[in-house]
Design a protein around this ligand. Structure first.
Ligand code: NAD
Ligand code: NA
Length: 396
């Protein structure tokens, strides 16, 4: 069928398989163009189908010839309805990995559940023996704790006082003021339960107890800090509490891996257009201004450039992994440069509906957003019939 983007609010209901393939291919080509990385050879990526997790899987496979197992939660195609973008991304990834002679298998289901953990552990045991890198890159609005059975929902709210600032509807380009009411106590607890470190701990304990972590294994989770303007709703809001918890969890996991010389890190990444970040008020306006400045300065990166740099210049650079005073890896270093932040702050003050298309990179934002769903790739002929029912035996 002919597949077009169909929007509802901030989500796109359709995805294009050929565009997803072009996206994955571009990322693979980028990683290959940067040369080999002396990295892990057996890698588990939890949250492997989109965003930073997909970029991590691609960097491991095509930068270090790694065997990869990817875990994600995506919808397969059904008659009359396209798959979710991450499903098509994963189908394309597996196709390219197989062509390159690389082991790649995927598990599609709720990574927070005991069942999916057990299934993943069994697959590692059967096919890989052990893994030497575990990437933890989940972004989800909801988690059912497998021990308590309680379903927690995360919220994006400030703590203490109402936060009022500018935001943009990136579809219409309309800049307006948004006010977000402060979180209640249970909102904080629930957000920490979803996006904090508890599930990461559960994964690492299960892997270690089953003797599936190689000596010296690493595990990495992703975090964000960002600028002063988004602080009340991001880093000092409910999601920030979850990130504080995730960052603290890196230390407790490292302690638990001492006897196998393993280590857990959090990497603080750059703000990027992903399905998760598009849903956070205020962030799209910040990103559109940030992109404009970073592109002008020649330091703009997407997910693949970020993760390729994380691997080649931080994790596997052949020296001690550099971290900040809180033990975090920083690949948001270019975003957070003083000169970049000063320029963004200046633009922020002046941004209006009338001038945003000029002073911000609204076009770049939209393009990145549509590309998440496989649209807007020059290499794809969207007038042609697409086979939305792509089947990949290895993806349930
Ligand atoms: P994303 O939405 O692109 O990816 C989320 C992944 O998690 C997908 O593979 C999805 O299938 C998977 N997933 C979600 N719920 C699941 C479940 N229940 N079971 C199994 N898989 C599930 O998100 P992203 O932006 O790449 O975020 C990944 C991490 O990076 C998050 O911790 C996020 O906070 C962090 N981060 C994001 C940004 C940004 O600007 N986007 C910046 C810095 C850090
Ligand atoms: Na991800």
């Amino acid at each position: 069928m002919i597949i077009e983007p169909r929007m509802r609010g901030f989500i796109c209901l359709t995805a294009h398989p050929d565009g997803a393939e072009a996206n994955v291919k571009n990322q693979i080509d980028y990683v290959k163009s940067k040369g080999a990385i002396e990295g892990a050879k057996k890698v588990l990526v939890i949250g492997a189908s989109t965003g930073f997790g997909l970029a991590s899987r691609i960097t491991s496979a095509f930068g270090s010839d790694a065997a990869t197992i990817g875990v994600f939660f995506e919808k397969p195609p059904v008659v009359g309805k396209t798959a979710s973008p991450g499903w098509y991304n994963s189908a394309a990834f597996e196709k390219f990995a197989q062509e390159a002679g690389l082991y790649a298998k995927s598990i599609n289901g709720d990574a927070f559940s005991n069942e999916i953990k057990d299934e993943t552990l069994a697959l590692i045991k059967k096919d890989l023996g052990q893994v030497d890198l575990v990437i933890y890159s989940l972004a989800s609005p909801v988690r059912t704790n497998p021990v308590t059975g309680i379903t927690h929902r995360s919220v994006l709210k400030p703590i203490g006082t109402t936060y009022t600032n500018k935001t943009v509807d990136f579809h219409s380009g309309k800049v307006s003021e948004v006010s977000i009411e402060p979180a209640k106590d249970e909102d904080i607890e629930n957000t920490v339960a979803v996006m904090g470190g508890e599930d990461w701990t559960m994964w690492m304990k299960a892997l270690k107890d089953a003797n599936l972590l190689a000596d010296g294994a690493l595990t990495i989770a992703y975090s964000y800090i960002g600028p002063a303007v988004t602080e009340p709703v991001y880093r000092k809001g409910t999601i920030g509490r979850a990130k504080d918890d995730l960052e603290a969890t890196a230390f407790s996991i490292t302690d638990s891996l001492k006897d196998i010389h393993g280590k857990a890190y959090v990497s603080v990444n750059k703000a990027l257009v992903t399905q998760a970040s598009s849903a956070i008020p205020v962030i799209p306006l910040y990103i559109s201004l940030l992109y404009k400045i970073m592109k002008a300065e020649g330091v703009h990166e997407g997910t693949i450039e970020q993760i390729q740099r994380l691997y080649s210049q931080r994790l596997y650079a052949g020296k001690e992994v550099p971290t900040d005073e809180k033990g975090r890896i920083r690949i948001d270093d270019w975003e957070m440069r003083d000169d970049i932040q000063e320029k963004v702050a200046e633009l922020w003050k002046n941004a209006t509906t009338e001038n945003l298309a000029e002073i911000g990179d609204l076009e770049g934002y939209r393009k990145d957003f549509y590309q998440l769903f496989g649209f807007d790739f020059a290499a794809v002929d969207y007038k042609k019939e697409a086979n939305e029912m792509v089947k990949v035996d290895s993806i349930p």
